[in-house]
Design a protein around this ligand. Structure first.
Ligand code: WT7
Length: 545
């Protein structure tokens, strides 16, 4: 896409007069002197059913308070400030408050436990963390090994509440340059520790445009994106783009529950719903009768992201909601939706749709040459695009490894049909997608090995009808340790406690020996092939097994 395209689009977002650009100013401050001032920005419902509303002005004031608290505690532009919070209004206001100071916001999914927290806070050298009393207990065991973390705010403490009460509700948002870093998110790859994907303020331009085009957001919508801001969808499509468009956004603080979800749609008259395949399949498994108990006629447009949306789920949605889920494809690294079933595109059930008008995508071989139609290959994108990650935190080498032969390599395998629709095939690497959440096998293996009974572990994603994949671990025990059912349970608890509540192996198999290359690398590909009854493939580099 030529540069003049985005130059023209720049009129749709709000720059400061001096040419600087702050994504939080663009998302909310700009509405202060418009008709949106007293419009609801956030409708929030607690798990107990209490609902609260924040107008754009309320949210401006609350995020200003967060910004003032940060500046008063010594935060300056470029510092890393992290949020380790459940989906509560403070998460949304806090995120915006951080951006307003020019600091870089990081979010940590609320299911993380001590080791996941430590790796991310250590690598980013975070200075400040917002958390709750309950979640802070998971930080406690590693706090002393984080010397850069000078301040931890407990948002539900009396102390913080009085800080908030006393903080000024006016703040002059920092004039960041469009290319300054705004937020970072840790993602898991095949090997090593999670990497910090860094996004610039200017990404908001493409986020805004994609939300308008793909999610079809309009002025009078009540929009519900079910994603958690611990992941990129929750940041981009329930904070930065939706509010840039001035759209009333609903957030549910509670857990997934089919009846609760239907009744929330009915009660809040949700019009646009952006969710994920695992949730859709779980709703589907509860049957059609349940849907009929609710008045869901407010629903106007449905979209999905995060993992393959199977054709059955699209067909089911047409049957029970009278409209299909529109699949969308993107990644933490891409910063916004790149391939999608836009409202005007005829849906081919099971396809991710087509590249957005400003994106060039293709399917290529390992040398960057396009493979033929309907042939499997690497899904690649022509760089750059405005919301593309700007770097991998303190890891230029990793950043550069994403690019080859003038392409950005997504790490996904796909096919393109004769009419240009893209079809997802799988991951090119060992990254696991369980319930739409990205989990690195290395992190899970490391957590398992830290148990005194374990010698080594190999972790894979195993196909699952409901969750897309579940995490399966192959574990080699120390001599003399009994391979019991109790031990399996203990290992699951161990991973939950030390790594994350969502990243534990639902299945464990004890095994005598792991398949390894001659250089000692675990060959997860072989574990996976054996698990799925597939041919093992090329084993020329395999150590005798
Ligand atoms: C990976 C990125 C940014 C969205 C949330 C996930 C998988 C994403 C689809 C889709 C099949 C999908 C890919 C991708 N993925 N959307 N529509 N169909 N797979 O962001 O956690 O960075 O994960 O999710 O494998 O590479 P993420």
């Amino acid at each position: 896409m030529n540069n003049s395209f985005w130059e023209d689009k720049k009129q749709e977002v709000a720059f400061f007069e001096d040419g600087s650009f702050n994504a939080a100013y663009n998302a909310i401050d700009k509405h202060e002197h418009t008709n949106n001032r007293n419009k609801n920005a956030l409708i929030y419902e607690y798990e107990d059913g209490t609902a609260v509303q924040y107008t754009f002005l309320d949210l401006i004031k609350l995020s200003n308070k967060f910004a003032n608290i940060l500046v008063n505690s010594g935060v300056v532009a470029g510092d890393r400030v992290f949020l380790f919070l459940p989906r509560i209004p403070e998460l949304y206001a806090g995120f915006l408050g951080i951006l307003k100071t020019g600091a870089i916001a990081g979010s940590l999914f609320s299911a993380f436990a001590e080791n996941a927290l430590k790796d991310r806070l250590e690598n980013s050298q975070a200075k400040v963390l917002f958390t709750t009393l309950a979640l802070s207990k998971r930080l406690a065991p590693v706090r002393s090994s984080l010397p850069n973390l000078t301040t931890v705010f407990i948002v539900d403490s009396d102390e913080f509440k009085s800080l908030l009460t006393n903080a000024s509700e006016s703040f002059s948002t920092v004039h960041t340059s469009p290319e300054d870093y705004a937020f970072m998110l840790y993602t898991s790859g095949t090997t090593g520790k999670p990497k910090g994907i860094v996004h610039a303020h200017m990404a908001a331009l493409q986020q805004h445009e994609s939300a308008k085009l793909v999610l079809d957001l309009k002025d009078n919508d009540v929009y519900w994106c079910t994603a958690d801001p611990g992941w990129v969808t929750g940041i981009v499509y329930s904070i930065l783009s939706n509010w840039s468009l001035g759209v009333t956004t609903f957030v549910h603080g509670g857990r997934f529950d089919p009846e609760a979800w239907y009744s929330l749609i009915q009660k809040h008259k949700i019009t646009v719903w952006y969710s994920a395949p695992t949730a859709i399949r779980m709703l589907m498994s509860k049957g059609d009768e349940l849907v009929k108990k609710y008045d869901l006629s407010s629903l106007r447009y449905l979209a999905s992201v995060g993992e393959p949306l199977n054709p059955e789920a699209v067909a089911w949605s047409r049957k029970v909601f009278g409209k299909p889920f529109h699949d969308t494809w993107w990644q933490t690294e891409s910063g916004s939706i790149l391939i999608a079933n836009t409202p005007d595109l005829e849906i081919r059930d099971g396809s991710m749709g087509k590249p957005l008008p400003w994106i060039t995508a293709d399917v290529v071989d390992d040398n960057g040459k396009p493979v033929g139609e309907n042939q499997e290959g690497n899904l690649v994108i022509k760089p750059p695009w405005p919301s593309m990650m700007r770097t991998v935190w303190q890891n230029e080498e990793k950043y550069h490894s994403y690019f080859a032969n003038d392409w950005y390599i997504s790490g996904d395998r796909a096919k393109k049909d004769n009419d240009g629709y893209f079809w997802f095939v799988g991951r090119a690497d060992d990254v696991i997608k369980t319930s739409g959440e990205r989990v690195g096998p290395f992190e899970v293996e490391s957590a398992l090995i830290s148990h005194p009974g374990v010698v080594e572990a190999g972790v894979i994603g195993k196909k699952d009808e409901l969750r897309g994949e579940i995490i399966k671990a192959f574990v080699v025990l120390k001599t003399g340790v009994s391979p019991t059912e109790e031990l399996k349970e203990e290992l699951k608890q161990h991973v939950k406690k030390h790594l994350a509540g969502h990243a534990y192996p639902r299945e464990i198999e004890f095994i005598d020996k792991l398949p390894k290359t001659r250089s000692g690398k675990i060959m997860r590909r072989i574990l996976k092939a054996k698990e799925e009854g597939q041919p093992i493939g090329d084993t020329s580099t395999l150590e005798e097994y």
